[in-house]
Design a protein around this ligand. Structure first.
Ligand code: NAD
Ligand code: UGA
Length: 422
């Protein structure tokens, strides 16, 4: 059992903290957002993530998990400190390391003895070295270990206990072993490497997954021109184990808090080093265009251009309330520019979206209400409940399916149905 402090109680910090408590450690999660910490202290979750409620309650009740905003007390009692603050994109497309180095400043104030500092946040290659250099100024033996996170939102706990690998990079063998030991109860293969390689594995993995998506979207666009069906093409390609059958779903591009920012940060870093990242740049450009492909189809084919448009789904993917870089936002911005009236429904993120977007959209309470209200429907997020939509039998719709989720026999007669790559 270790005394662990996790700094940053966002998606990654919370899942990390709760999972480390679940395998028996004593964990404190710290955040500068006092409202978030008050919510968590009451056992309530500030984010929507399946399973989080139950794990949170269980570990608080069993005395292994607590929450604080008090840096001094939390740092002093910890043996291992995880940093899991955000590294969002800045104006130039680089990773903004302001939050990370704010944490480092706090650590410099309060570290009172030997500790291991684990960087979970996704950080540009070379950042762990800078954190180590800063903390090496202290009169204690502080070792920095890189341990990037690979969880997916919506399946975060499944990933925490069943992920494909845990990557650990570091400078000090003993600290690497401690972090290896703390991770052993997860039963996931551990891959040890250098700090810089660990940092690069994170960026390269996200960029590669983004590549698969942008590639399959490009093929989908060509499929539409030549009369092939991307669903079958993806299936046939994926049967080759060298290609693999995952991440070949064509759609309206990738969103979320990571693929967009991490591809841009890797591109930025390469350019800083005078290297031209040709492939990564193309992935980003294909994705930007793909996000608007439903609007392009609507502009080309719609016979209902005076009517309001209804969006089904707002979050960047199902089972999360996260709207960051969601295709819905690009679509709404474009439709707004075009002067369209927009209705929307999302099972979880409707309220957050209404707050964020104000009068740009009108959020409705159900997909039934939306299908009553509008005739032009964009399917933006593939929530399970949209797979069996109840269309009004005597109404004519135009349906633009950005996730290829509907069966053609569910489309009412006289309605038009447009998909991606089919
Ligand atoms: P987030 O925005 O959800 O949470 C970050 C938290 O850090 C916030 O609660 C914020 O209040 C807190 N914070 C900021 N400055 C602080 C400070 N000085 N001291 C204490 N707390 C502070 O971010 P996230 O989505 O959890 O991402 C965190 C990191 O993990 C990023 O680098 C991201 O790229 C990476 N990552 C995210 C995911 C994901 O699915 N979200 C997956 C893998 C890796
Ligand atoms: C992704 C990675 O999968 C995680 O391993 C990584 O830890 C995380 O980024 C991160 O670094 O934050 P996440 O963004 O939660 O996780 O979601 P994904 O399931 O990867 O989906 C990302 C986007 O790609 C979604 O918008 C999704 O709709 C899209 N996607 C995914 C496709 O368009 N097609 C696919 O075949 C798969």
């Amino acid at each position: 059992m270790k005394e662990v402090l996790v700094i940053g109680a966002g998606y990654v910090g919370l899942i990390t903290g709760v999972s480390l408590a679940e395998i028996g450690n004593s964990v404190t999660c710290l955040d500068v957002d006092s409202h978030k910490i008050e919510t968590l202290k009451k056992g309530k979750t500030p984010i929507y993530e399946p399973g989080l409620d139950d794990y949170l309650t269980k570990n608080i009740n069993e005395g292994r998990l607590n929450f604080t905003t008090d840096y001094k007390a939390a740092v002093e009692k910890s043996e291992i400190i995880y940093i899991a603050v955000g590294t969002p994109e800045n104006e130039e497309g680089a990773a903004n390391l302001e939050y990370l180095f704010n944490v480092v400043e706090e650590l410099k104030k309060y570290i009172n003895n030997e500790k291991i500092v684990v960087v979970k946040s996704t950080v540009p290659i070379g950042t762990n070295r800078k954190v180590q250099d800063e903390l090496s100024q202290l009169p204690y033996n502080i070792n920095v270990v890189s341990n990037p996170e690979f969880l997916r939102e919506g399946t975060a706990f499944y990933d925490a206990f069943n992920g494909d690998r845990i990557v650990i990079g570091g400078y000090d063998e003993n600290s690497i072993s401690v972090i290896e030991d703390i991770n052993k109860p997860f039963g996931i293969e551990i891959f040890k490497t250098t700090t810089e390689s660990a940092e690069m594995i994170k960026y390269a993995s996200n960029a590669f997954l983004a590549t698969k998506i942008s590639f399959v979207n490009e093929i989908a666009n060509i499929c539409e021109l030549v009369g092939a069906d991307i669903q079958d093409v993806s299936k046939g390609m994926g049967m080759d184990t060298r290609i693999g059958n995952k991440f070949l779903n064509a759609g309206i591009g990738y969103g979320g808090s990571c693929f967009p920012k991490d591809t841009k940060a890797l591109s930025y870093l390469s350019k800083q080093l005078n290297f031209d990242p040709l492939i990564i740049e193309s992935i980003i450009e294909r994705n930007n265009r793909q996000k608007l492909s439903l609007v392009d189809k609507y502009n080309n084919f719609s016979e209902m251009k005076d009517e309001a448009i209804g969006l089904l789904g707002l979050s960047f993917k199902p089972n999360t309330d996260d709207l960051r870089e969601a295709a819905s936002l690009s679509i709404i911005e474009k439709l707004n520019e075009m002067g369209k009236e927009i209705y929307a429904y999302d099972p979880i993120s409707g309220g957050i979206a209404q707050e964020k977007l104000g009068d740009k959209i009108k959020v409705l309470k159900s997909s039934d209400e939306l299908l009553e209200k509008v005739s032009v429907v964009f399917i933006v997020t593939e929530w399970d409940e949209f797979k069996n939509l109840e269309f009004s039998k005597n109404k004519k719709y135009e349906i633009y399916d950005g996730r290829n989720i509907l069966e053609t026999d569910s489309i009412p007669v006289n309605s038009k149905y447009y998909r991606i790559g089919r």
